[in-house]
Design a protein around this ligand. Structure first.
Ligand code: FAD
Ligand code: NAD
Length: 458
């Protein structure tokens, strides 16, 4: 088969690829220079919409493409397939790369096509963990769903339209499980969540934060079973799932099962070719791997965190966007014999379910102080938490904050002010963050501006 050749190639067509394409255009990429290769069949879109708007019932701000192509989440121009065409950027879709030879700068697709590049950006994201891979009995039954791409979201949406009075079991207690459970419930589905930990989202939530969301979900009619796992599934004779079998001996009837038990960075193509750390592809502050002209961004990238002095991976939208921008700027700077400032990332995560919306900035280590109204039945839902490490405030979580308050917690996590006493922090609550913001000097204002470069809506 004829070989195709590009100056710049992005492998992956997800969030970071889309934001990288935008930055290439900002930098003046010439027609024919850039290609995006993706196994997906549609141009890059905001993946975060899949567990939220995409699954909403018809009429309730249900989202469909093209409304959430990148950069809808940042509030910038929506990059439709025509945009790529106008810029001369090749979207090579429905193409799975099965081999990468970084020595010869060649990628090979499942259909045997060869793609040559001069500069490669790896943006392959994460691969969903599947219960069938763990050999669970019945795990391939019909109506057991996972959620990573738009085809999977569409399958769930169609099952919801077909089974209006279904019982659903959501396996998992993390991001996916909480967001899908809420969306299913909005469709009037009877929902039960199951997860092994003592509280939901233990990667970020403390028992105090989790108690609010579990209480809120219970009030919405979602049942939560903790401390057990799914060990298999029974199916009807037609192959559709019938029961979820739990380790504690129970069998939960289910017409629909949604599984969210984690994801792994998609790095297998590069084993033995690239250095890895903390499970991802190790990069420097300019997003460069150990192989010249090969960069990595988004979920797969393990980067040095200047602020926390460690190496970490972040599986969230904000880092996907910013790391993409950083890589493209670094590539253009190096072509001009220049360099740019190293990546200095402040972790930022968010989620939205029902009428709730939380944001988190910083690091979730150290002692914690919960503040505000944590009663899940109250009208306000406004509460938060500070993480305090070595006397400094290093992380802040806020539910139902205003734009100003969310800006303020970002600033606090960045500047890490001295904490007050635990009692005082709890008493002052969000007022503490607003005071830090109010007293920020010019350099702090500079930081604040950097962190509001990108609007943060999903
Ligand atoms: P991805 O967006 O996953 O893109 C990877 C791309 O690479 C895909 O197009 C994939 O098909 C392609 N690919 C991989 N391997 C190959 C191959 N061999 N050949 C060809 N193509 C390949 N984060 C938040 O901060 N807030 C949220 O509310 C939020 N909601 C989310 C909801 C869902 C349902 C999911 C799944 C994730 C959510 N996230 C959220 C996480 C966020 O979407 C990811 O961190 C982000 O998408 C990472 O971007 P990425 O470009 O690294 O990977
Ligand atoms: P996760 O790691 O957040 O949660 C996995 C959960 O599954 C954990 O609670 C775990 O204990 C539980 N679990 C594991 N095995 C289980 C079993 N056999 N039975 C029941 N529960 C089990 O992963 P996720 O929620 O699947 O998310 C996948 C990826 O998508 C992550 O990268 C995440 O960051 C991303 N994502 C992010 C957001 C957001 O930022 N708002 C939203 C959706 C997805």
């Amino acid at each position: 088969m004829a070989e195709k050749s590009f100056k710049y190639m992005i492998l992956g067509g997800g969030v970071s690829a889309g934001y990288a394409a935008r930055e290439f255009a900002n930098q003046g990429v010439k027609p024919g220079e850039l290609a995006i290769i993706s196994r997906e069949t549609v141009a890059p879109y905001e993946r975060a919409a899949l567990s939220k708007g995409y699954l909403f019932p018809e009429g309730a701000s249900r989202q469909r493409l093209p409304s959430f192509h990148i950069c809808a989440g940042a509030g910038w121009e929506i990059l439709l397939p025509e945009w790529y065409e106008e810029k001369g950027i090749s979207l090579i879709m429905d193409t799975e790369i099965v081999e990468a030879d970084l020595d010869s700068k060649t990628l090979i697709s499942a259909a045997g096509e060869a793609f040559k590049y001069q500069v490669l950006i790896i943006a392959t994201g994460s691969t969903v963990l599947r219960l069938s891979d763990c050999g669970l009995q019945g795990a391939n039954s019909k109506n057991i769903f996972y959620l990573r791409d738009i085809d999977e979201a569409e399958q769930i949406s169609q099952a919801l339209d077909a089974k209006k009075t279904a019982k659903a079991v959501v396996v998992g207690g993390g991001y996916i499980a909480l967001e899908i459970s809420a969306s299913l419930r909005m469709n009037n589905i009877d929902v039960t969540m199951i997860f092994p930990e003592p509280w939901c989202m233990p990667r970020l939530f403390t028992p105090g934060i989790a108690a609010f969301y579990e209480g809120y979900y219970a009030n919405k009619g979602i049942k939560i079973i903790k401390g057990t796992v799914a060990i298999g599934f029974d199916a009807h004779p037609n192959g559709e799932v019938k029961n979820v079998l739990l380790a504690d001996g129970r069998a939960l009837p289910a017409d629909i099962v949604a599984v969210g038990v984690g994801a792994m960075p998609a790095t297998t193509l590069f084993y033995w070719q690239l250095n890895e750390e903390v499970g991802g592809i190790k990069i420097d502050g300019l997003m460069r791997t150990n192989v010249p002209d090969v960069y990595a961004i988004g979920d797969v990238a393990s980067f040095y965190s200047k602020i926390y002095n460690d190496v970490r991976r972040v599986e969230h939208v904000d880092h996907a966007r910013r790391s993409a921008e950083q890589a493209v700027k670094a590539i253009y700077a190096s072509e001009q014999g220049m360099t740019i400032e190293e990546y200095d990332y402040l972790p930022f995560f968010y989620s939205k379910t029902f009428d709730l919306s939380w944001q988190f900035y910083g690091d979730n280590v150290g002692d914690t102080v919960l503040f505000g109204d944590t009663d899940p039945k109250s009208e306000s839902h406004k509460f938060g938490q500070y993480w305090i490490d070595n006397g400094k405030v290093v992380g802040v979580f806020l539910e139902s904050g205003t734009a100003e308050e969310c800006d303020a917690i970002g600033l606090v996590a960045r500047v890490q002010p001295d904490a007050l006493s635990m009692d005082e922090m709890a008493k002052q609550g969000i007022y503490f963050a607003l005071c830090v913001q109010g007293h920020s000097d010019i350099s702090l204002k500079g930081l604040k501006k950097r962190h509001s470069d990108l609007p943060y809506s999903p």
